[in-house]
Design a binder for this molecule. Structure first.
Ligand SMILES: C[S@@+](CC[C@H](N)C(=O)[O-])C[C@H]1O[C@@H](n2cnc3c(N)ncnc32)[C@H](O)[C@@H]1O
Length: 420
């Protein structure tokens, strides 16, 4: 594959034109302050194997980043240097930003195409499909998810994020109110942005809305517009997302920890209950019921709906569960990763330059609550031996927390190798 390129439009129709105009005016997201590469080309694939528990997942050779915005396809191409990455989006402006950065970084395994997801006809072509923050901006998200589902190979992985309805009450209310005061049919996106900012500053009644508006007042323009004046959004809870996935021949397999939840310390799909009478039924729940319970009880403090899904076209329901993943963590040998991170940093001139200081992943400190486990990992002992030796519990919540905070993409502190 040659240098990153932007292909020309594939005839956007209907709502995808509206999305294209909106994200053309506010290309999302803003410029990142760095781009990373790992010395080990298998580093990120290995993390997907660990985070999904699909130890036998084959090599990731072809990836589709659908609705990639300004940088997700480039980040993915850097994470999977041995894969061919296709980035598609309806926004030509976002793709142009992505191409410019890719060229500066000398990335050659990336192809960018302006294309609406509903117009894509890929048939079981990709080992990995990534689509985060996209389908819920379409009036019929199911039409998008069907295309994504069709594009994943039978043994492939789909990384999907849709809005959690308990996070979106204020944004959705503001968007609807803005539509009453400043209909899209009467104003351009820039004019509406000015009106929306003015409305945000004019509210006199204190509420969670004014609090959220205040919290985001200094957000970069694309983030503010994306949140408060999006032309279209739908949100879900675990149950309704699982239902949508089922209709599209997919199963929710594993939560994917993400940087936003990590920052807010709300990345665990477990809840702590003090009454032993409640603990027993809680520990018997299957994953979907537990995730929904946490979604309902933790409400605005529940994690984002960011999951790995797998095709289940025959409806067998076969998947790896959290309990399976915890068992693999307990029975596997824990060790420090060998990879080294190289970074390109954004300079004042707006360009990315290599940072001369490489950073060893093994030296990144784990969070205090699991640091002793990280320090005890020696490439010989299993998770169970280490946790027991340190006096950690091996109950469901304790193991789940240790596994998530030590072996996932946001916490890549330890590798897990099956014993023997
Ligand atoms: C909130 S941004 C998310 C960008 C990127 N996925 C990320 O997580 O950084 C949503 C992106 O999805 C794109 N998008 C929305 N609906 C789409 C569709 N039906 N087909 C292609 N792109 C779409 C938008 O143009 C925009 O760039």
């Amino acid at each position: 594959m040659g240098v990153a390129q932007v292909s020309t439009p594939h005839g956007l129709i209907g709502h995808e034109n509206t999305v294209s105009e909106f994200y053309g005016t506010f290309p999302y997201p803003w410029k990142p302050v760095y781009f990373d590469r790992m010395s080990d080309p298998d580093f990120h694939a290995a993390l997907i194997r660990q985070e999904t528990g699909r130890a036998g997942l084959g090599p990731i050779r072809r990836i589709w980043v659908a609705g990639c915005g300004t940088n997700q396809a480039l980040i993915t191409a850097l994470q999977f240097p041995a894969a061919e990455v296709l980035g598609t989006d309806v926004s030509a402006e976002s793709l142009a930003i992505c191409r410019q950065n890719a060229e500066q970084l000398g990335v050659t395994n990336l192809r960018l195409v302006q294309q609406g997801i509903t117009q894509a006809g890929y048939d079981r072509e990709f080992d990995l499909v990534v689509c985060t923050g996209v389908i819920h901006h379409n009036p019929e998200p199911r039409r998008c998810l069907e295309r994504l589902s069709a594009a994943v190979r039978d043994d492939g992985v789909l990384e999907l994020m849709v809005y959690n309805r308990f996070h979106r009450r204020e944004a959705e209310s503001f968007q609807a109110a803005l539509r009453i005061l400043a209909p899209e049919s009467e104003h351009g996106h820039r004019e509406r942005y000015a009106l929306a900012r003015s409305l945000a500053g004019s509210l006199q009644v204190e509420s969670t809305m004014t609090k959220h508006l205040e919290d985001t007042r200094r957000s970069p323009e694309p983030a503010w517009a994306d949140r408060w004046m999006n032309p279209c959004e739908t949100s879900y809870d675990v149950d309704s997302l699982a239902g949508l996935a089922r209709e599209c021949g997919l199963l929710l397999e594993a939560p994917k920890v993400n940087g936003f939840d990590k920052m807010r310390r709300r990345f665990l799909w477990t809840t702590e209950l003090t009454d032993p009478e409640l603990l027993a039924p809680y520990e018997r729940l299957d994953d979907l019921a537990r995730w929904q319970l946490v979604n309902l009880l933790h409400l605005d403090n529940s994690p984002m709906l960011w999951f790995y899904l797998r095709p289940d076209r025959a409806g067998t329901g076969t998947r790896v569960s959290d309990a399976d993943r915890n068992r693999m963590f307990l029975d596997g040998v824990l060790d420090r990763p060998k990879a080294v991170r190289h970074r390109h940093v954004l300079d004042r001139d707006g360009a990315y330059h290599p940072d001369p200081n490489a950073s060893e992943v093994a030296a990144w400190p784990a969070w205090p609550e699991v640091k002793a486990i990280q320090e005890a990992a020696d490439g010989r002992r299993t998770g169970r031996e280490i946790l027991t030796g340190l006096g950690y519990g091996t109950g469901f919540n304790a193991v789940q927390r240790a596994r998530i905070m030590l072996t996932t993409s946001e916490f890549p502190h330890l590798t897990v190798t099956p014993a023997g």
